[in-house]
Each structure stands twice: as structure tokens, then as C-alpha cells.
Ligand binder design. Structure first.
Ligand code: NAD
Ligand code: UFG
Length: 336
């Protein structure tokens, strides 16, 4: 199949392009490079030996995106494009609503006019808000605590409405837990701009002595050691989840939601420990105040994806740490 991958130059998108190409699909990428480098796609081409038609345009630019649909026989779309920094979304809510929602509306409109019937959407565990219990199933109540989360929630509602008007079409809403790790080659990985917000890239930068020490946000949560517990998932497992979702969507109609996580919770201190063991790098840390908006624990019930998509995450914490570190070590300045 020919798959349009929006946001394909980004972290999860670039890893998914590799898995799609390895499965024999053709890939076309649209990405405005607001949070990525085209170098990632060149490296995907090197790793796979395949060519990727690339459009460096904004997904909300209807005229440009019409051209993309006209020039390729697109059969399905995987939609990663979006802004994703929680803190930034609080400061720039209109930018987030405009970018994430408007681009999705343009995409839906063009998919329908070009009769492209299958869409995989990057949602997030953030749509569970402050979940009351763990593991979290897809049926848990939905809410959002910041503008970024609300864009994910609103887009889920929009896609659910849209799909009922599009005969024979199907959409998969994939709610990711905490993606970490990198391709085993060390050639592609996460390349955050400025100071990383997320734990794993911060740890790898401390290991590389780019940052002095890690601040652990709170050690008084009701968890195994007082630090926050999350469901870290290797980005290559996550990428495979998209391929499996696409395989399933071809035979489905309507909207289908799946959690993509491992089902295992790991605390901040456990992750730090695992990283030190896996890489031999010391991670100095201090305990600081809780980060506003953080929940104590968040991990997935991913049994639906296992049952219905025949997908399961297979890479463990050690592999996640080792691959994150290999990427950081071999690309100290990311793609620059
Ligand atoms: P990323 O920033 O690396 O990738 C997103 C890509 O979209 C970037 O390459 C960016 O340049 C591009 N983009 C943004 N707005 C665009 C627009 N209007 N037009 C064209 N391109 C645009 O982020 P990622 O970690 O790869 O995340 C991919 C998707 O998964 C995002 O939608 C994100 O919200 C979602 N998600 C990420 C995480 C995470 O922790 N990484 C967790 C849950 C969900
Ligand atoms: N943490 C620290 N120090 C840091 C960074 C994080 O102690 O420097 C802690 C946090 O308090 C939390 C854990 O590490 O307990 C994980 O934090 P991340 O920022 O890596 O991840 P979050 O679970 O907060 O959020 C991520 C994405 C969200 C997404 C969510 C669920 O950033 O966008 O996963 O998918 F919604």
C-alpha cells in the first residue's frame, strides 16, 4: 500500500516509516519540520534502501496537501503531525488548537474527497487525565488537564463524528503511553529542542554530561519508592503497533481505539537504576518538588491491542535504555 505519513520526519514517525518500508509499503511524508529535521528521513532511506517522496509543507495548507493526494495513489494515512509540548501548550493554547486541529480537519476533508478510507491517529494516554486506577483500559473516563491534551481529546471526537459520514472508512485512535528508545542502529532517535521535558532524553543528556544532574519531580507519591510510575514503551514496538493497526483497519469500518503500552509500570528511580546498569553511565540526581499536573501512576491495559491487532510490546526496559543511550552517544547534537 502507499501510506501518507504526516509528521513522518519526527521521532515516532521516522521509526514508523522504517517499519512500513520494511513490510513492503510505500511511504509519502508531509512534515513542516517545525520540530524535526529532514536528515531523519535521509537516514531512514539509508537504513531501508528505499526512497521517500517528501513534502516540506504544513498539513493545514490545503492547496499543497491537495497536490500530495493528486500526485500519489494514497490508500491510507498515519497522522503524527502535531505540536506536543504540554508546557508550551499552556502558554500558547491558540497555536496548539490551530495547528493540531486545523491540520486534522484539512486532512479529513481531503481524505474524503480522494476516497482514502483508512486513518491511524496518534492519540495519547493524556486523554485519561487524572486516571483513578491502573492499569487503564480504553473504556476509562476521558478528560484533559491542558490544551495539548484537549487537542487530542477534541480530535478523537472529531474523527468519531467524521467516520460516521464516510462510507466504508475506518479510523484507529492509538493512545500511546510513554515512548522512549531509538532504532537499534543508533541512526535515528528522539531529538528534543532545548532542555528536554521528558525523563528519558533528560537522563541521556545527563549521561552525556550535557546536563549536570537529573531533577526527580517528587518522591512522596503513593508508589513503590515515592517517585512517579509510567508505562515506558520502546519506540520500535510502538512503530510496529501502527503497522498492525493499519493491517487491521483494512478489514474494518468505523472507529476503533487501542492503548499502546507494555502494561508495566516503572518508577523514575527504577528507570534511573536500569539506565545505569544497562549503560554503565552514572546518573547523578536530586529530589525536587512535584511537577504540577503530574499523576502518581499511569500504565496501560493493552490487552485489546494484543487481542484485536495481534500486537504486543516485546522490548524491555534494558533495551529501551541501551538504545536511547546509543542514539545519544553517537549523535551528541541530534541531527544537527
Ligand atoms: P515529533 O514532534 O517528533 O513529531 C511530530 C512531527 O509533526 C514533527 O516532525 C513536526 O515537525 C511535525 N508537524 C507538527 N505540526 C505540523 C503541521 N502543521 N504540518 C506538518 N507537520 C507538522 O513528536 P513525536 O514524539 O514523534 O509525536 C508524534 C505524535 O504522537 C504527535 O501527534 C504527538 O502528540 C503524539 N504523541 C507523542 C507522545 C510522546 O511522548 N512522544 C506521546 C503520546 C502521543
Ligand atoms: N520526571 C522527572 N524529571 C524530569 C522529567 C520527568 O522526575 O526531568 C518524571 C515525571 O515527574 C514523571 C516521569 O518522570 O513522573 C515521566 O515524565 P515524562 O515527562 O517523561 O512523561 P509524562 O508521563 O509526564 O508525559 C508523557 C508526554 C505527554 C503524554 C504522556 C502520556 O510528555 O505528552 O506521556 O502519553 F501525554
Amino acid at each position: 500500500m502507499t501510506i501518507l505519513v504526516t509528521g513522518g520526519a519526527g521521532y515516532i514517525g521516522s521509526h514508523t516509516c522504517i517499519e512500513l518500508l520494511n513490510q513492503g509499503h510505500k511511504v509519502v511524508v508531509v512534515d513542516n519540520l517545525v520540530n524535526s529535521h529532514s536528515e531523519s528521513l535521509q537516514r531512514v532511506e539509508e537504513l531501508t534502501g528505499k526512497n521517500i517522496p517528501f513534502y516540506a509543507v504544513d498539513l493545514s495548507n490545503e492547496a499543497e496537501i491537495t497536490k500530495v493526494f493528486s500526485e500519489h495513489s494514497i490508500e491510507a494515512v498515519i497522522h503524527f503531525a502535531g505540536l506536543k509540548a504540554v508546557g508550551e501548550s499552556v502558554k500558547q493554547p491558540i497555536r496548539y488548537y490551530d495547528n493540531n486541529i486545523r491540520s486534522t480537519l484539512v486532512l479529513c476533508k481531503l481524505m474524503q474527497s480522494f476516497s482514502v478510507k483508512h486513518l491511524v491517529f496518534s492519540s495519547s494516554a493524556t486523554v485519561y487525565g487524572l486516571a483513578e486506577s491502573n492499569p487503564i483500559p480504553e473504556t476509562a473516563p476521558l478528560s484533559a488537564t491542558n490544551p495539548y491534551g484537549r487537542t487530542k481529546l477534541f480530535i478523537e471526537y472529531i474523527l468519531n463524528d467524521w467516520i460516521t459520514t464516510f462510507d466504508g472508512a475506518s479510523v484507529a485512535l492509538l493512545r500511546y503511553f510513554n515512548p522512549v528508545g531509538a532504532h537499534a542502529s543508533g541512526r535515528i532517535g528522539e531529538d528534543p529542542q532545548g532542555i528536554p521535558n521528558n525523563l528519558m532524553p533528560y537522563i541521556t543528556q545527563v549521561a552525556a554530561v550535557r546536563r549536570e544532574k537529573l531533577s526527580i519531580f517528587g518522591n512522596d507519591y503513593d508508589t513503590v519508592d515515592g517517585t512517579g510510575v509510567r508505562d515506558y514503551i520502546h519506540v520500535v514496538d510502538l512503530a510496529m503497533g501502527h503497522v498492525k493497526a493499519l493491517d487491521a483497519l483494512i478489514h474494518l469500518t468505523g472507529s476503533h481505539v487501542y492503548n499502546l503500552g507494555t502494561g508495566n509500570g516503572t518508577s523514575v528511580l527504577e528507570l534511573v537504576q536500569a539506565f545505569q546498569q544497562a549503560t554503565g553511565q552514572p546518573i547523578p540526581y536530586e529530589i525536587s518538588a512535584r511537577r504540577p499536573g503530574d499523576v502518581a501512576t499511569c500504565f496501560a491495559d493493552s490487552s485489546k491491542a494484543e487481542r484485536e491487532l495481534n500486537w504486543k510490546a516485546v522490548r524491555g526496559i534494558v533495551e529501551m535504555c541501551r538504545d536511547s543511550w546509543k542514539w545519544q552517544k553517537e549523535n551528541p547534537n541530534g541531527y544537527k
